[in-house]
Write a protein that binds this ligand. Structure first.
Ligand code: HEM
Length: 442
């Protein structure tokens, strides 16, 4: 049988092709394309070869079974303007070596050590929020952003960025917007070289180099990721990592390690606030919790875990993932050419009617342990899959459960009736105008 290129969706712009429709209403238009042409289809674009793959079997093929044929896609080239060649963006031997080097920072024993730090940081932030005594509704997103930033800086790099947190968050949101703009408007970007992002990255670099230099100058030997990076030696040559390599790894963990988690926490509060019966069940779990907070007891908070998992389904912070083919690959009767960018639409998979009952409803019970194993790992993939799966998944789960637990223990909250959060798919999935809440201290 003659293999052919995957088909194109019917809706297309005469000059910019299908991708024109991904610049606005991205999630809606992409989902329509998937509904029309699943499980694999091409997207016409003036400058790139793009295919979208939206079946669990083919996603598994790409990220796991035939991952050797894939590197990261164009989106990650854009991300590397910020992250350099760190763990998220690097490929091949360099990635393998660094994954091996960094992995121990996420072992269970280390995670257990982070619990107290996470708890302290969350309780301090909650105390400050209480003192602000806000009687009106306000956007909770900056609170979770600053908290997640504090947690990642202290746990991985022993650093305090509290006084710079607002500026750092501002820079990251601007970079997020510039990156998605670059991706969605490749021609404008080429014609009008815009280096606004480089200026912002330089500013962010000053914080990163400060963290690195302060540790070196202090002569302290701490037991954290920063120290592991500073002390790492090549097994054959005995050489250490260059400052730029260390900077890239710090920047990657710094950004990947808080932005996604912060988005998820805001979405969780939104979803819980809109589903009062969920809040009631969470309170019951809080009331029946006794004993000390540690790694094991955090994960024994079954309903909290289900709520977090359902939040990651409804509002996956990494709403899509990308790869690029080295050589031709085949999917059924279709053939994808070398150097094709593959888009894996995580959000679509998480809302796919064939795999989820009432996909638009927030139902934590679908993650109940009795049926949890029936969920296909390549339909539900908030942390990706295969060897490139998120290195921080357990760290993130632990943080989200713990922060939510303490937040709900301390506050009663509601989302104003008239407020509806709007999806804003930047590199990560934001709520366009934040998440409005009204808090009452308990
Ligand atoms: C809710 C929180 C999080 C979500 C939804 C998330 C999602 C993801 C996804 C989907 C990937 C795979 C990307 C790909 O294959 O192209 C990934 C990779 C990665 N994540 Fe996360 N992440 C989260 C939290 C974290 C945290 C807390 C850290 C670090 C402390 C982290 C560090 C990384 C790194 C370094 C990679 C690249 C791993 C590699 O390629 O070896 N992430 N994440």
């Amino acid at each position: 049988m003659k293999l052919q290129l995957p088909p194109y969706p019917s809706k297309k712009h005469w000059l910019f092709g299908n991708i024109f429709y991904l610049r606005k209403d991205t999630i809606k238009n992409l989902s329509e394309f998937c509904d029309e042409k699943a499980p694999v289809f091409s997207l016409s674009s003036p400058i790139n070869k793009i295919a979208v793959v939206c079946s669990p079997e083919y996603i598994k093929h790409i990220v796991q079974d035939n991952s050797i044929n894939y590197r990261k896609s164009l989106a990650y080239d854009i991300l590397s303007r910020l992250l350099g060649n760190g763990l998220l963006t690097s490929v091949g031997e360099e990635w393998k070596q660094n994954r091996k080097l960094i992995q121990p920072a996420f072992h269970k024993k280390k995670l257990d050590e982070f619990v107290k730090l996470m708890q302290r940081s969350t309780e301090e932030s909650i105390q400050k929020l209480k003192l602000e005594n806000k009687n009106v509704s306000f956007d909770i997103a900056p609170f979770f952003n600053a908290l997640a930033l504090d947690i990642i800086s202290k746990s991985m790099f022993g650093a305090q960025v509290e006084k710079d947190a607002i500026r750092i968050s501002e820079i990251i949101i601007q970079l997020n917007k510039l990156a998605i703009d670059r991706l969605n408007n490749p021609i404008t970007t080429m014609l009008f070289r815009n280096n606004k992002d480089i200026v912002l990255v330089k500013e962010l670099d000053t914080y990163i180099y400060k963290i690195m230099n302060e540790r070196r100058a202090s002569g302290d030997k701490k037991d954290d990721l920063l120290q592991m990076l500073l002390d790492a030696r090549d097994e054959e040559t005995g050489e250490g990592m260059s400052d730029v390599q260390i900077r890239d790894e710090i920047m990657t963990i710094f950004i990947a390690g808080h932005e996604t988690t912060a988005c998820a926490l805001s979405w969780a509060v939104y979803a819980i606030g809109k589903n009062k019966e969920v809040l009631t069940k969470l309170r019951e779990e809080i009331n029946s919790f006794t004993g000390e907070i540690n790694f094991d007891t955090i994960f024994s908070l079954q309903y909290f875990k289900m709520v977090v998992e359902e939040t990651l389904r409804m509002y996956p912070p990494a709403w899509s993932m990308g790869r690029r083919t080295y050589a031709i690959d085949t999917f059924g009767n279709y053939q994808v050419r070398p150097d094709t960018n593959i888009l894996i639409p995580i959000y679509y998979m998480h809302h796919h009617k064939d795999y989820w009952e009432k996909p638009e409803e927030f139902i934590p019970e679908r993650f109940h342990p009795s049926t949890r194993n029936n969920i296909n790992r390549f339909v539900y993939l908030p942390f990706g899959g295969g060897a490139r799966m998120c290195i921080g998944n357990h760290f993130a789960m632990m943080e989200m459960i713990l922060v939510l637990f303490l937040f709900i223990k301390n506050f009663d909250f509601e989302i104003p009736n008239e407020f509806e959060a709007e999806l804003e798919p930047l590199i990560t999935l934001h709520a366009k105008n934040g998440v409005q809440v009204k808090l009452k201290t308990i």
